[in-house]
Design a protein around this ligand. Structure first.
Ligand code: PBG
Length: 344
């Protein structure tokens, strides 16, 4: 055999590290944390093994657990004590995220990112107040009376939502949030939040926009975890159609123009083409959200003995980085960070 090209030469053990193109570090990872104002005990999340909703009193302890693994950043989600049509608890000074953020910022070194959205705070579970005509006569929403209120394609009032997002973001920054992450897919959300933050003196607080967020069935377990499933209809009038890639670039461009500091794609694994295209077209840091369903399906398969969980988790995150993500939000953050440190 006269073979000049033998790629196997560089796959030998002592040289693999030298030619490795992608590295994964604990500092690339962001761990989602659920704080629940309705409980005073930790509640395991069934569809997300290893994850819990923690009471406000446990939020600092929970974040310390994350930090011990080498992960330096958390993304906070809140489950409020009560919900209403406007989602007013989302911007309350004594709201669940505001209270947890204050404590975590005061007592830990974690970099605190807060999810800014209304779906966990509205009684109808949509990501903002509904348009007027979608209410029934007595002001109820989502009533199945055959009228517009039960239209499965019901729509959130975009511009009214922007005012709420401005308030929520400012209240999070006031509580000490290091970074604001709007996830509602409203048009103009980054501009509205940037304006609000700057107006109130938080011009140093960056925005990580869920810029290309798809209307995905992979969010199922999260919606149980955060109690944020829409009570009726779905989110297809604001989250993106999984069929579209060019539209993602348009969404991302708009968010970049409005001042987004970090551009996020969500979910991650089914949308790596979008991650890699954004990496090519933009100079911003790119984030990818390895969502609840991506986590749950690997756990479920591993439970059956069909997959090696540690190996597939690591391979998944490495692939997301290889596609072009700089940061990864993932429920595997703590486990993978520990694996990485152990293999050093
Ligand atoms: C909305 C939000 C969602 C997720 C993060 N932020 C749910 C949704 O859009 O329905 C999903 C995260 C996941 O599935 O892990 N606040």
């Amino acid at each position: 055999m006269d073979l000049t090209h033998r790629p196997r030469r560089l796959r030998q053990d002592r040289v693999r590290g030298l030619v490795s193109e992608t590295s994964l570090e604990p500092s690339d990872l962001i761990a989602p944390v659920f704080v629940d104002a309705t409980t005073d005990e930790r509640v395991p999340i069934e569809s997300m093994p290893g994850h819990e909703r923690v009471p406000i009193d446990e939020s600092v302890a929970r974040v310390e657990e994350v930090l011990e693994t080498g992960v330096e950043a958390v993304m906070l989600f809140g489950i409020p004590e009560s919900k209403d049509p406007e989602g007013t608890r989302a911007w309350a000074e004594d709201g669940v995220v505001q209270e947890a953020t204050r404590r975590i910022a005061a007592e830990t070194d974690a970099y605190v990112i807060t999810d800014v959205c209304l779906c966990e705070y509205t009684d109808h579970g949509h990501c903002g107040p509904l348009e007027e005509e979608l209410r029934s006569e007595d002001g109820e929403v989502g009533v199945d009376d055959g009228g517009p209120a039960c239209d499965p394609t019901t729509t959130v009032d975009n511009d009214a939502t922007l005012e709420a997002l401005d308030r929520i973001a400012v209240s999070h920054a006031a509580a000490g949030a290091d970074m604001i992450a709007p996830s509602g897919m409203m048009d103009g959300m980054v501009a509205a939040i940037r304006e609000g933050l700057d107006r109130e003196g938080y011009e140093h607080v960056p925005i990580m926009s869920y810029a290309a967020k798809y209307e995905s069935a992979f969010y199922g377990p999260f919606r149980d975890a955060a109690d944020g499933a829409p009570a009726f209809g779905n989110r297809r009038h604001y989250q993106m159609d999984p069929a579209n890639a060019r539209e993602a670039m348009r969404e991302v461009r708009l968010d970049a123009e409005q001042g987004a500091d970090v551009l996020m794609v969500k979910p991650a694994l089914p949308y790596l083409d979008i991650v890699s295209e954004i990496r090519r077209e933009f100079d911003h840091p790119v984030a990818a959200y390895n969502v609840s369903g991506e986590y749950a399906m690997l756990h479920a398969a591993a439970e059956k003995g069909w997959l090696d969980l540690e190996a597939v988790a690591l391979e998944s995150l490495l692939s997301i980085k290889r596609a072009g993500a700089d940061l990864i939000l993932t429920y595997f953050a703590e486990d993978v960070a520990e694996e990485l440190s152990a293999s050093r």
